[in-house]
Design a binder for this molecule. Structure first.
Ligand code: SF4
Length: 452
């Protein structure tokens, strides 16, 4: 899992909601999905929205004009869990005023002990585990909502789609709650993923991001053991698909075969998420990450040699129990040495039930964690600023995703965010952009031409 990609996000509303109505015996609801967490949660919320649209429910613009609210939750960090609990409290008040409001909760808050959650949150109508769509569909059907054809689990709101390919994680890193909440690894059959991507490409999707807590484990539990490289090869032959990405990798599990496949397939973008988490071997051992700093270093060198255009993102946790100043300095110097394009840094927070929570005392004061986090962020901002400044004057291929504050935005193959201004309609176009201004976080440029 990328501890980095903790984002708060609300599903974008494409059309205003209509009035609550009944058609035959079916109850049509206005729904609002609130999502917090990683890309996996974002992808699952898109799938839920696709299903709700396909059975005739309609998107609402906020909690206050919804009949059905779905919270897609994350408890990977304390800050995320606090937001989830705060939102559940808010919804309790709303339900008191509007007893017909339906509240559904999914995501990492939902563990195997749903009875305990039901006791704590009696105002919630349904708790379903991440990806347990049969439970959601059964709930809907109990309310009289049926569809004659197979429900669609995908919506299209941009040229990019996120496709979960493996659920759960078998790794049990000592600080991580994910394996307890999402369970053991379960891969989706390769043919099913290929069919889904073919359909999405037919409907206009140009870029897919394959998702899993550890995509490098993909397929080990399937008949014939296909792996991620096999899946990339199959997806590459889909005509209308232009780009393929995947995340998150695990330094212990990423294979040379995969790196060679990234190097050889044109459609696979030159970007990898490879979380290192610490630059100190003793801390990595306590984290139970299963590799050393040297192994990570060699891996980065191999990837850069085989895929010279690669951009690399990593994650670092600071303030892990017992992390000394010297051990923290090891992380700092690794960041300096490796010159990643992006570093997502998080302060350790103990998650009840994990190995680290059971075995170690959370003994680094929060102000020290904050100071360490700031140091890494400052260093990385300087590095990213230097790396991005080298792109000035270059022309780069950008897949345009939409508009923000009057500017078009999209990403390069190396996952750099690019903004540009133009009067034309650029959504879902591949544009060649000349980079004119750079910052550590994004680039600005001018359109040179349409590529497709
Ligand atoms: S246990 Fe480790 S590999 Fe698995 S999701 Fe958590 S951090 Fe990622």
């Amino acid at each position: 899992m990328s501890s980095s990609s903790l984002i708060e996000h609300e599903i974008k509303i494409k059309q205003p909601y209509n009035q609550h109505k009944e058609e035959g015996n079916s109850i049509m609801l206005r729904y609002f999905i609130w999502t917090i967490g990683c890309q996996m949660n974002k992808a699952e919320s898109q799938q839920i929205a696709g299903y709700l649209d396909s059975v005739g429910h309609q998107a609402a613009t906020s909690f206050s004009n919804a009949d059905l609210v779905i919270l897609n939750t994350c408890v990977v960090r304390q800050s995320a869990e606090n937001k989830v609990l705060g939102t559940l409290g808010l919804l309790k008040g709303l339900k008191n005023k509007h007893p017909n409001l339906q509240i559904l909760v999914t995501g990492c808050l939902v563990n195997s002990d749903t009875q305990e959650l039901k006791r704590r949150f009696p105002h919630v109508d349904l708790l379903f585990k991440p990806g347990d769509y049969p439970e959601l569909i059964a709930w809907n059907e109990r309310r009289g909502v049926f569809i004659e054809q197979e429900a669609s689990l995908s919506t299209i709101s941009s040229p990019c789609a996120f496709i979960p390919i493996i659920q759960g994680c078998d790794n049990f890193c000592s600080y991580c709650i994910v394996p307890y909440r999402r369970g053991r690894e379960v891969s989706r059959p390769l043919g099913e993923i290929v069919r889904e991507v073919e359909e999405l490409a037919r409907r206009g999707i140009k870029e897919v991001t394959l998702l899993g807590q550890n995509v490098d484990s993909y397929g080990h539990d399937l008949p014939g053991h296909p792996d991620l490289a096999d899946l990339l090869n199959e997806l590459s032959s889909i005509d209308d698909l232009v780009r393929i990405r995947f995340l998150t990798n695990h330094p212990k599990d990423i294979s040379l075969k995969l790196i060679d496949t990234v190097a050889s397939l044109n459609k696979v973008c030159e970007h990898l998420e490879l979380p290192v988490q610490s630059g100190d071997d003793d801390i990595l051992r306590a984290m139970r990450r299963g590799y050393t700093v040297e192994r990570h270093r060699e891996l980065v060198h191999t990837i850069r040699r085989k895929v010279p255009q690669i951009s690399l993102s990593t994650d670092i946790i600071v303030g892990f129990p017992g992390e000394t100043e010297e051990q923290f300095e090891h992380s700092l110097s690794l960041v300096k040495e490796m010159r990643f394009d992006v570093v997502h840094v998080a302060a350790y927070s103990p998650r009840p039930g994990t190995i680290a929570w059971r075995e170690y005392q959370d003994n680094i004061p929060s102000e020290v964690k904050k100071e360490r986090l700031n140091k890494i962020e400052e260093l990385q901002a300087a590095i990213a600023s230097e790396i991005n400044s080298q792109l000035q004057g270059r022309q780069m291929e950008v897949l345009v995703e939409g508009r923000k504050k009057g500017k078009w935005f999209g990403r390069t193959r190396s996952n750099k965010l690019v903004f540009f201004e133009d009067a034309g309609d650029w959504v879902a176009q591949l544009a060649r952009i000349q980079i004119e201004k750079t910052s550590p976080w994004s680039l600005r440029g001018e359109v040179k031409k349409i590529i497709n």
